[in-house]
Design a protein around this ligand. Structure first.
Ligand SMILES: [Zn+2]
Length: 132
């Protein structure tokens, strides 16, 4: 995994434009005081992380997909590894995993959403077009 790949930005919570600066106010997704707060602009390259007001509402779709993937993974894992497990164990495991991974999935959904719309451009800011 190297700089320039979207996975680099997503897994390291780096700015989707330059892959240098931090994307969140606090890069620890379990820091509840700044849970999932995206920086207005990158401290390294200065580019904005907010395309328009309410831009990150769209991250709900990604969050939903991640939650369903987590739910299915945990359900299959428990039913395959512990076929004799009681129903309450299955429900507790699935819900417990969802609660424990919630903040991480929330942060991942926002940075995945940002990476769908922003691409790697390096550190240099684009020059304004002087012809117009
Ligand atoms: Zn940046």
């Amino acid at each position: 995994m190297r700089k320039g790949q979207k996975l680099y930005s997503i897994l390291r919570f780096k700015c989707p434009h330059c892959h240098e600066g931090p994307f969140f106010e606090n890069n620890n997704p379990y820091a509840f005081s700044k849970l999932g707060e995206v920086r207005k602009e990158c401290p390294a390259c200065g580019r904005s992380n907010h395309r328009e007001p309410g831009f990150y509402y769209g991250a709900m779709y990604v969050s939903y997909a991640l939650a369903v993937a987590n739910f299915v993974t945990m359900y299959v894992a428990v039913t395959v590894l512990f076929p004799q497990a009681a129903t309450w164990v299955l429900v507790a495991t699935v819900l417990g995993a969802q609660l424990l991974l919630g903040p991480l999935l929330y942060a991942l959904s926002k940075i995945i959403w940002a990476n769908l719309f922003y691409s790697y451009q390096g550190m240099a800011r684009p020059q304004p077009d002087r012809a117009r």
